[in-house]
Each structure stands twice: as structure tokens, then as C-alpha cells.
Design a protein around this ligand. Sequence first.
Ligand SMILES: Cc1cc2nc3c(=O)[nH]c(=O)nc-3n(C[C@H](O)[C@H](O)[C@H](O)COP(=O)(O)OP(=O)(O)OC[C@H]3O[C@@H](n4cnc5c(N)ncnc54)[C@H](O)[C@@H]3O)c2cc1C
Length: 490
Amino acid sequence: MHEPPVALAPADQRALIERLRAAVGAAQVLTEPAELEPALVDWRGFYRGSALAVVRPASTEEVAAVVRLCAAARVAIVPQGGNTGMCGAATPPAGGASIVLSLARMNRVLALDTSNDTITVQAGCVLADIQRRAAEAGRLFPLSLGAEGSCQIGGNLATNAGGVNVLRYGNTRELTLGLEVVLADGRVWGGLRALRKDNTGYDLKQLFIGSEGTLGVITGAVLRLFPLPRVAVTAFAAVPGPTAAIELLGRLRAALGSRVSAFELMQRYCLELVLAHIPGTRDPLATASPWYVLTTVDDAGTGSGLREALEAVLAEAMEAELVGDAVLAASDAQAAALWRIRESIPEAARNEGLLYRHDISVPAGDIPGFIDEGGRRLAAAYPGVRIVCFGHVGDGNLHYNCYVPGRRRDDPAALAATDVNELVYALVRERHGSISAEHGIGQAKLDELEQHKSAVEIELMRRVKQALDPLGIMNPGKVIRPAGPRPPAG
Ligand SMILES: Cc1cc2nc3c(=O)[nH]c(=O)nc-3n(C[C@H](O)[C@H](O)[C@H](O)COP(=O)(O)OP(=O)(O)OC[C@H]3O[C@@H](n4cnc5c(N)ncnc54)[C@H](O)[C@@H]3O)c2cc1C
């Protein structure tokens, strides 16, 4: 049952490195400590691993050759994109027995078809570059998230990334028509289909989307494009609380339908963190409010009346005391500045101390109840707790994080403590939610996954893993553990 590979003897390691160099070019197999370093630590600085090498293939054939060599040597492969993931999924394990497979050189757009509204890309394309290429062709690729300047589409696919436009366009899963994948035995599954209708049995691409590199290496994708909005209006509004925010979203949708593309909720404390840690940001409103929403409405047509419609909804919401004050961006630059506040929250929160992070979802209507009850329980258990709550509230997805007084990043016991997570996840379970709405499982939530999924679901996941990666070389120690006793803690 997909046991993790064991370390090679030094002579075998050297032989493998030589073969990898022959496969992808000597300069593309990095082994110097300074070259390896960025690939060994995750974005949050929580996880650190070690590796034999970082291997940088330039084509699907080279990826396949690397995988075949590693399979023959029983060496684990950790695919890595932009390394912006939040749960240690792209960090190699300690022990130095694996290789990191970087897709960074596979960064070409292979085709853009405006008649079919699709773009075909290699997995190492940076998300922002795909957005830009689509826009140049008068199209929108709607996946958008704070890390878009460095995350890669392969990583987005492997984590089924969400972001701010899920409300209207869906997760990465919904944006994908076809995939190319190098399987764990080095064969290539050429599924780069550009079809919107294809009912020919099991939809295999869905297995690889969200699999966090544990089933194969994604090397290419066909993605859906949409009409490029010609007019967009962004508003930042003070709201008394989450209940008012949900009510406001309902009113916006009733008035503007699917033209509501993003609707984000944030607590005042999030704004304060951004103002304190992110240079060049400023409070958009004159007076403080406990909560805010940030919304963008847009239109691919003339956009006639869009701004007025948004203003009318906000004015009515003010009368109904759902909104206190609001500002509408007067230019693209102002809209970008408002969005910068929202997108900078993870960075700002990273600078403040040891943050217990939870990326949860519940049905959207349960968000206010979740926030109320979570706040009550955390305050009772940890007096003085500071909650950093923000998220894609229209999707029922909250980043529900907190600092606990006295817990510091340099204290291993505080880092390893799971009590805060257990408290929050118990509430998630009571409300039939998910413990990972968009960031995945990685190595951060292995235990929680087993606690929150049924035995049947866990067994099915193990069978899928066993079927697609019988040697257990694809990103072992992530997402799903082999059956059997757990490894000792620490
Ligand atoms: C500031 C900030 C904001 C963020 N906001 C959001 C957000 O709103 N929504 C959201 O969903 N996430 C968000 N994230 C998390 C992160 O950006 C996403 O998970 C992103 O999709 C990861 O892409 P990456 O290229 O960095 O992948 P990595 O971190 O490099 O890898 C993530 C996982 O994918 C696997 N992988 C990478 N490439 C491949 C491949 N080609 N084939 C197979 N497996 C592969 C890795 O092995 C790993 O398991 C945010 C992160 C940051 C830092």
C-alpha cells in the first residue's frame, strides 16, 4: 500500500543525479544548498524539508523522463509550482530522499482560440501571465487570487484554487476543460481536450485537479475563457456585521444578477493589520466600522447603468441600516488600491505573530452564526484572543484565523499545538462544513482529514492513490496517509 520510498545509498543518489542531468541538462538539476533553499521552505515559513535536487524540466517529455528515472530508483517526487501554497503541500519531507520537480520552465501559452474561448497552457505558466494573455485577446481568465503574480496554473490546478471570482465563475475545476498529466510510471495521459461536452465515461481530469501532486504531474491544461468585462465598478462598504453582509449580497444579486463577480468580507482588525504592515495602504473610509465588504460588479456589454444600479443598492442598504458608509472607486487605480487591501491581508497577518489559520466553509447563510459562535468559544477558551476573519463570504468560505495571547512563532510547542484548530474544526463539523475550503490538505491537515471524512471516503481515496501511484512516489506524506499505524509525532 503506497509506502513512502526509502533513502538511496550515496552512490545510488549520485547515479540518479547523473541520469537526471542527462535527461534535462546539467544546469537544470540544482544540488547546491543555496540553489535548493527557496524550494525547501513553504510560503508561510512553517514547513522545511530537504531534497536531493531541484529538477527543472522544459517539456512534457523531460518531465516523463524524470518521473521514469525516479520510479526506477523509488525516489519520491514533489511537484512544485510557485510555492505559494498554504499547507506545506509543495515542501519536500525532511530526510533529503526526494526530488523537487519545478515546472517553472514550462511557461508557454500553447494556443488561444477565441472561437472556442479556450487557452491551452503549460503547467508552469504564472497565473497573472495567463490573465494578461487572455485580456490581450479580449477575453477574461477569471481565476484571481492574491498570489497570482507568482503562483502557477499547475499549482492552481493541483490545489483546485478558488480566489475572489468563484462567486461568479467557479473554482479552477470549473474553469478546466482538459489536462495533460505525466503519470507516476512516466506515461503521459494526453487529455488536452477543448470540449465543453464530453460524456465518455469517467472524467479523469477531475481526479488530478485538487490532488496536490499526489497522483501525477500536471504538465498542461485547456482552460475556459469568458468575455472580458468592459466596465467594472468596485465598492468598499462598512457593514455592522456578517448578517448585514449576507443580506447586502442578496440585494446585490437580486438587482444585478451574475454581474456581481466578487464579494469579500473582512473584519476591522484585518484592515488594521494591512494599514500597519503594508506600505502605501490607507483606510478608505473616514470612520471605523467593525466589518467591511469589498465588492466588484462588472459587465462585458456597454455597462450602461451599472454604476447607478450599484449606487442604488447601496443607498437602499444604507436606509435599511445594512451599510454605514461606502466608497465607490472612481478609477481603475482606486479599485486596485481597494483590492490591494483585501489581497494583502495574508501578507500583513504573516508579519504579526503566530497565526492559527483555518480555511473553512459552511453554507453561506450559516456564516453569521459560525462567526458568532466561533468568537464566543475562542474568547472563552483563550481570553484576549484576536480573530483575523476575512474571506469569500458569498462562497461560504472564511479565512478564520487567530492569534492566541502568549503563543509565539519561536516556541515549538505553540507551533505544534492543535487545540485551537480542534475547537474551530469541531464547530465546522457541527455546521456540516469543510475544514479546507480552498487551500487543500497538504501536510498540514492530514490528521483532520481522517477525522472529518467517513471511513468509506478515506478508503476510496486510498484506493485511488494506490491505483494511480502504486509505488507511492508522488508527493508522499501529503493529502492521504497509507493505511496502518500513524508515524510518531514530531
Ligand atoms: C497571498 C496569498 C493569497 C492566496 N489566496 C488564495 C485564494 O484566494 N484562493 C486559493 O485557493 N488559494 C490562495 N492562496 C494559496 C495558493 O496561492 C494557491 O494554493 C495556489 O493555487 C498554489 O499555486 P502554486 O503554483 O504556488 O503551487 P505550489 O504551492 O507550488 O504547490 C501547491 C500544490 O500543488 C502541487 N503542484 C504544483 N504544481 C503542480 C503540477 N504541475 N502538477 C501536480 N502538482 C503540482 C504541489 O505539489 C503542491 O501539492 C494564496 C496564497 C498566498 C500566498
